[in-house]
Design a binder for this molecule. Structure first.
Ligand code: HEM
Length: 182
C-alpha cells in the first residue's frame, strides 16, 4: 500500500454510533429543563448506544475493539508527554490518550444515564418507577455527571482538532468517511 492509498479505519456502525451519540447527547443536554419526554427518550437512546459500543468493543472491526486502543497508564502518560513535545507518533486507530478519553466518556455517559433513570424512577416514570425512593440525591449526581460529560466532550473536541493539526490530517472527516490517508 502506498502513502496515498486511503485505509478503511472506522466501520459504518462506529460512525453511525458516533454521530447518533453526538445528536442524542446534544438533545438530552438542551432539553433537560423544559422538554422532559424528549429528554428521557434521548437518554434511552444514549443507554442503547453505549451498550452497543461496549459489545462492539469486543466483537467489532479491528480498530473498534478495546484491545486496539486501550493502553496502560504509562503508555497514556508517555503519549501525552510526546504530544507536548510535538513528537507524538501517529496512530491509525485511536491513540492511547484518545482511548483513555473514550473509556472516560462511555463511563461518564453510563453514570449520567443510570442516575437519570433512578431520578426519573423516583418521580414515578420509566422502568425504575417506584423502586427508587430518594430522587433529590440522584438528580444531583445526574446533573454532576451530565456537566462532567460536557467537560470531557470539550476536551475531546479540542484534542481532535489539536491532533488533526499536528499530523496534518482531518480526523473529523475520517469519522465521517471512515477512511484515513495511508
Ligand atoms: C461535533 C462534536 C464532535 C466531534 C467533531 C467529534 C469528533 C470525533 C472524532 C474525530 C473521533 C475519532 C478520534 C480519533 O481519530 O481517534 C471521535 C471519537 C469519539 N467521540 Fe467524538 N466528536 C464530537 C462529539 C462527541 C460527543 C458529544 C461525544 C459523546 C457524548 C463523543 C464521543 C466520542 C466517542 C465515544 C468516540 C470514540 C468512537 C469509537 O471508537 O466508538 N464525541 N469523535
Amino acid at each position: 500500500m502506498t502513502a496515498q492509498n486511503p485505509i478503511r479505519v472506522w466501520d459504518p456502525l462506529i460512525r453511525l454510533f458516533h454521530w447518533s451519540l453526538v445528536a442524542a447527547f446534544t438533545v438530552a443536554y438542551i432539553t433537560e429543563d423544559d422538554f422532559m419526554t424528549l429528554h428521557v427518550y434521548a437518554g434511552y437512546v444514549i443507554v442503547g448506544l453505549v451498550l452497543f459500543r461496549l459489545i462492539w468493543g469486543v466483537i467489532g472491526s479491528r480498530h473498534a475493539r478495546f484491545s486496539d486502543f486501550v493502553f496502560g497508564p504509562a503508555t497514556v502518560v508517555a503519549y501525552l508527554k510526546d504530544l507536548l513535545l510535538h513528537r507524538a507518533r501517529r496512530y491509525i486507530g485511536h491513540n492511547p490518550a484518545g482511548g483513555a478519553m473514550i473509556l472516560a466518556l462511555l463511563g461518564s455517559l453510563l453514570l449520567t444515564t443510570l442516575t437519570g433513570l433512578a431520578a426519573y424512577g423516583a418521580e414515578g416514570g420509566g422502568p425504575l418507577a417506584s423502586t427508587v425512593l430518594a430522587s433529590g440525591v440522584f438528580e444531583d449526581i445526574h446533573e454532576f455527571f451530565a456537566n462532567f460529560t460536557l467537560l470531557l466532550v470539550t476536551i475531546h473536541i479540542a484534542a481532535v482538532i489539536a491532533i488533526s493539526l499536528l499530523h496534518g490530517e482531518n480526523l473529523i472527516r475520517a469519522m465521517i468517511t471512515g477512511r484515513k490517508p495511508g
